[in-house]
Design a protein around this ligand. Structure first.
Ligand SMILES: CC(C)(COP(=O)(O)OP(=O)(O)OC[C@H]1O[C@@H](n2cnc3c(N)ncnc32)[C@H](O)[C@@H]1OP(=O)(O)O)[C@@H](O)C(=O)NCCC(=O)NCCS
Length: 184
């Protein structure tokens, strides 16, 4: 059954479900080695398009997900920010995670944090979640800086990502958490 999609707005951004026009700019950002520095590899166009289909399907199903993020001023698709229930092996599953991936020209403007605040509001107020988690490779300091900026706390429960081989430089992950009572 399709759930009605929430379209969320911040001062400078729109969070919405994905449209076909997002395929090309999303494939471009997934092919950018700087954007994908802390992932095992960049994505091919087919891998990127499959991700769009999967994420779009989840938003249709649940009403939330990794929302496509659009800059109001330009109307440009700039990446995604949103909520997800990871379906792969994690030591703390089930959980509700928040995540982000923006095209490089849109870093350093406060966009990820701005969108994430609205996504967190959706998590705690609309979904009534007790906790939201966020995780990333230990060496992805730009991403953990967003977590800290939002008020997430380091749970000090570092874990090894199950999809990565022992000794891989991205294997060790930090886990940050925010409780509903800590969201203001
Ligand atoms: C992780 C990522 C989303 C962070 O983006 P970001 O733009 O650094 O994060 P924020 O939105 O919190 O912006 C903060 C920066 O904007 C600056 N800024 C400029 N104008 C601002 C404003 N109006 N409001 C707030 N911050 C502003 C801040 O000073 C800060 O700059 P700094 O990085 O020089 O300290 C981005 O680097 C990215 O997409 N990386 C690739 C994908 C990735 O690794 N995702 C995470 C995987 S787990």
């Amino acid at each position: 059954m399709e759930t009605e999609m929430a379209k969320l707005e911040t001062e400078r951004l729109i969070l919405r479900n994905w449209i076909d026009e997002d395929h090309a700019p999303f494939a471009a950002l997934n092919a950018d080695p700087d954007v994908m520095e802390f992932f095992p590899s960049t994505l091919t166009k087919d891998q990127s398009n499959s991700m769009v289909d999967r994420v779009r399907g989840l938003i249709d199903e649940k009403g939330y997900g990794f929302w496509a993020c659009e800059e109001k001023l330009s109307g440009q698709f700039i990446g995604f920010v949103g909520l997800n229930n990871p379906e792969y092996e994690l030591p703390f599953n089930p959980c509700l995670e928040i995540g982000w991936r923006l095209a490089k020209p849109y870093w350093g403007k406060g966009y990820a944090s701005e969108a994430a605040k609205t996504a967190l509001q959706y998590a705690f107020q609309t979904l009534d979640a007790a906790e939201v988690v966020s995780f990333t490779a230990v060496i992805n300091e730009r991403s953990s800086a967003v977590m800290k900026r939002l008020g997430f706390l380091n749970s000090n429960e570092n874990f090894k990502h199950s999809a990565l081989a022992d000794g891989h430089p991205l294997q060790e992950h930090v886990l940050y958490k925010m409780q509903r009572s800590d969201f203001c």
